[in-house]
Design a protein around this ligand. Structure first.
Ligand code: FAD
Length: 339
């Protein structure tokens, strides 16, 4: 394991905020992970696991220990005629792994191409895009349970996956450190291409896992800023899920509201539409702002910080709540948590 003191995290968060950690520990094995956790406990320090930093809002200083899982690789666990069970290490780059699986002839994750970050973080908010969430292809994971001090296997039901949510994000944040994730992938490609932009992009192509992967990459590149060029964390707010009765009132006042049926009795409203209609698209407040092509994405033009971003987020939340009576919840979490 390698330990750095006063470590620079500005390259380790996709907003590109200037941030330092008291300690940054890179771990390459289960044993090293246990050592890193013990180090934090012995010194009574808070511990944060970081993957690619693409769903975090980092303050300028993080007291305590930031742990980065560097284990990579994947292996076939078992297979039958129709499917394959594959286990991937937490430190694997998500997008590259999805591409590698397609090259192996294993499909199911192609709609999740180009989501930045690592395999270990993917279950945390049950990443999703274009009609697929990882819970749909998920079999189980292995994690270090910091409470019981043992490695545990968790099945889908243990993870309590929901829309951009899981036990790791809301119920027990910080308790489990995910070390390996197992996916059930298909040997016979079944497309999920119900989304307008994706269908259009695929119009002239033969629909294969590779062509869906390429179409997803093309659509995302046309809509979302590349964090290497413009700091961001993708969609900043979750799409609010509201009761049908509240939606009916909203629709009566705003007939063009964009929303989709969710679970029975609920509608999922497009947060981007609410923010756009409230007049925020392209708005800039100092070094941070709302992306001019997609109102759901907040950006750092350079030199911004977490406080500035959170002030902007809170102004947007307030304005949307006043105008539409709908509460927006940020998708990324701010660290340290106590700020
Ligand atoms: C341009 C852009 C587009 C995006 N598009 C999407 C999208 O379409 N859909 C979507 O769902 N998300 C999207 N995201 C958000 C983000 O990519 C995902 O949430 C991703 O899974 C985060 O991975 P990460 O490794 O960067 O995690 P980090 O940001 O480093 O961490 C996120 C959270 O997971 C925890 N964590 C990280 N690794 C582990 C681990 N091994 N064990 C336990 N906890 C861990 C962290 O402590 C933190 O709470 C996008 C982000 C960007 C910048």
């Amino acid at each position: 394991m390698s330990l750095q003191e006063n470590a620079d995290l500005s390259q380790l968060n996709s907003f590109g905020f200037s941030s330092k950690a008291q300690y940054l520990i890179d771990v390459y094995s289960d044993n090293e992970l246990v050592e890193a956790v013990s180090f934090a406990e012995q010194h009574d320090l808070p511990l944060l696991v970081i993957g690619g930093g693409s769903n975090l809002i980092l303050s300028d200083y993080l007291p305590g220990v930031v742990v980065r899982l560097q284990s990579t690789g994947y292996r076939k666990v078992s297979e039958d005629d129709a499917s394959v069970l594959v286990e991937a290490e937490a430190g694997e780059n998500w997008h590259q792994l999805v591409e590698q699986f397609i090259a192996e002839g294993w499909s199911g994750l192609e709609n999740l191409a180009l989501i930045p970050g690592t395999v270990g973080a993917a279950p945390v908010q049950n990443i999703g895009a274009y009609g697929v969430e990882i819970k749909d292809r998920f079999e189980a994971l292995t994690a270090y349970d910091r409470e019981e001090k043992v490695f545990v296997d968790l099945a889908s039901s243990d993870c309590q996956f929901g829309y951009r949510n899981s036990v790791f994000k809301s119920k027990n944040p910080g308790r489990y450190i995910i070390t390996r994730v197992r996916f059930r992938l298909s040997k016979c490609f079944v497309p999920t291409v119900g989304y307008g932009a994706l269908t259009q992009q695929l119009a002239d192509d033969e629909v294969t896992a590779r062509s869906v992967f390429d179409a997803v990459v093309a659509v995302r590149q046309s809509k979302l800023p590349d964090p290497l060029e413009l700091g961001n964390a993708g969609s900043f707010f979750e799409n609010p899920v509201i009761p049908r009765a509240q939606y009916d009132v909203l629709k009566a006042h705003h007939p063009d509201v964009v929303a989709y049926p969710d679970r029975p009795g609920f509608m999922k409203v497009a947060a981007g539409w609410l923010i756009d209609q409230a007049g925020w698209k392209g708005y800039r407040a100092g070094a941070v702002g709302v992306y001019d092509k997609q109102a759901l994405v907040l950006v750092n033009y350079g030199g911004g910080c977490a406080d500035e971003l959170m002030a902007l987020a809170s102004a947007i939340q307030h304005s949307v709540s006043e105008r539409y009576g709908v509460e927006l919840v940020p998708e990324p979490r701010r660290y340290p948590l106590s700020v």
